[in-house]
Design a protein around this ligand. Structure first.
Ligand code: SF4
Ligand code: SF4
Length: 441
């Protein structure tokens, strides 16, 4: 594992935002109440079982890229842990009576914002290496629930939250969808059905695919057209958004996910097809049943699974590109989603000679922008430091092409490349398949 910081460490000034006019006492009560409510038996066990071995430190891209001990994964949980020790641990009454653990303050929570939002992508690499099986990424996600309830989240994420509550998407009002799809359809010369009353597949998009990455949406349409299946996008549920998941706004995430499932049921779709977006996969595939309250009535699959299945079934064929390529594994799709082999089968079908990154597959380093970090401008300098690590690993392969299967990773890597004036393109696996389709035999 590479544990060398590739850029000179830069001190990142902690910053925080507040939403609404509320007293400090009110915020603290909201956060602590949520933290205590989240302590299930598993969370408590996790918080109790750290043996301080330090292995998670070398697993975290923010710690590795900066060398700053405050980015040690387990350090991020300190206020959460203090709340647990004082309020929910077996010795809580004694701890409070003797003042053994200081009560967290609102100022602690404000300082914590940087560790919970700006410098954690919930990528789960620390979880993978922890010998005690402590799921720090999951605990960070739970901690965000309390921060959201206290009105202490980065303002950029809060803004997207407000838009998503109003529009059903952080980027686009639902009523604009037909016009947007008509424009994408005309620009790329491929039909994109909208609001069909019946279809077998409900196709969803990430916000970027309705803005900067419309080529990815057109690529999906071209492939679906070639497969010959009945499909539609729908105003009732179109945005595979993860903004509630990332912010800690569980109520919003439940609403967004329900819209997708309910719309699929309404039109008789058996499958919801998720776009190339990692956290959307985590939110809709792995969390949806919990929010739905029962087994999901539809199959929810990621675009990579769909490509893999269609190539295997022979409903689409691609012409081999015949170059070397390296691949960035999106954390939520590969490490936390289990789709390591599927992406590699698609790359093989494209005729790429794959040269793996030094850290690849489930051990791959995060792009640095997941979990809402890419939308959080405060985190930009830190992200750029993480990008330098990824760039160094890509260059070390000497590969001709650089591919990934997550639109959000692609945005993060493109932003990093622009900032570093690096002239390598990060390519979409989906777009490569669409660009190289050949007629079925
Ligand atoms: S989940 Fe990822 S970003 Fe967060 S602490 Fe762990 S390794 Fe670091
Ligand atoms: S790897 Fe696990 S046990 Fe070791 S310090 Fe990190 S959280 Fe604690």
């Amino acid at each position: 594992m590479n544990t060398t910081a590739t850029t000179k460490p830069t001190a990142v000034k902690p910053a925080f935002d507040r939403q609404g006019e509320r007293s400090d006492a009110d915020r603290l009560q909201a956060a602590m109440g949520s933290f205590v409510a989240e302590y299930g038996r598993t969370a408590a066990l996790h918080l109790e079982s750290c043996v301080h071995c330090g292995l998670c430190a070398d697993a975290c891209h923010f710690h590795v890229a900066t060398g700053d001990p405050k980015y040690t994964p387990v350090h991020r949980l300190q206020p959460f842990k203090r709340a647990y020790q004082r309020e929910a641990s077996p010795f809580a009454p004694l701890i409070r009576a003797l003042g053994l653990v200081k009560a967290p303050t609102v100022q602690d929570l404000e300082q914590w914002q940087e560790l919970i939002y700006d410098s954690c992508t919930m990528c789960g690499r620390c979880t993978l290496v922890c010998p005690m099986g402590i799921d720090i990424a999951e605990l960070v996600k739970e901690a965000r629930h309390g921060m959201f309830k206290a009105g202490l989240v980065p303002e950029r994420l809060a803004l997207m939250d407000r838009a998503a509550r109003q529009w059903g998407s952080p980027a686009t009002p639902a009523e604009d969808l037909p016009d947007i799809l008509a424009e994408v359809s005309a620009a790329h010369g491929v039909p994109i059905p909208c609001d069909l009353p019946r279809a077998d597949i409900l196709v969803t998009a990430a916000p970027a695919e309705l803005g900067d990455h419309t080529k990815a949406l057109a690529a999906a349409a071209r492939i679906l057209q070639r497969v010959g299946v009945s499909w539609t996008m729908h105003q009732g549920g179109f945005d595979a958004s993860n903004i509630g998941f990332n912010n800690g706004d569980l109520e919003l995430q439940e609403q967004l996910t329900r819209k997708l499932v309910d719309t699929a049921v309404q039109i008789g779709a058996k499958t919801i097809l998720l776009p190339e977006c990692g956290h959307a996969y985590g939110a809709a595939r792995w969390e949806a049943a919990k929010w739905y309250g029962q087994a999901l009535p539809v199959r929810i699959i990621h675009m990579t699974e769909f490509l893999d299945e269609q190539l295997a079934a022979g409903t689409i064929r691609v012409k081999p590109i015949g170059q070397t390529a390296t691949f960035h594994d999106p954390c939520q799709i590969v490490r936390r989603g289990g789709l390591e082999a599927a992406a590699r089968r698609v790359l093989k079908a494209l005729g790429f000679d794959l040269i793996e990154l030094r850290d690849s597959g489930v051990r791959g380093f995060c792009c640095g922008g997941g979990g809402g970090v890419v939308s959080n401008q405060r985190a930009t300098p830190l992200r750029h430091q993480v990008f330098a690590m990824k760039r160094e690993q890509v260059e070390a392969t000497g590969a001709q092409r650089f591919v990934t299967s997550c639109g959000q990773c692609r945005i993060t890597l493109e932003q990093g490349a622009r900032h570093a004036k690096w002239d390598r393109q990060t390519e979409s696996l989906l777009e490569l398949v669409a660009d190289n389709l050949v007629d079925a035999a």
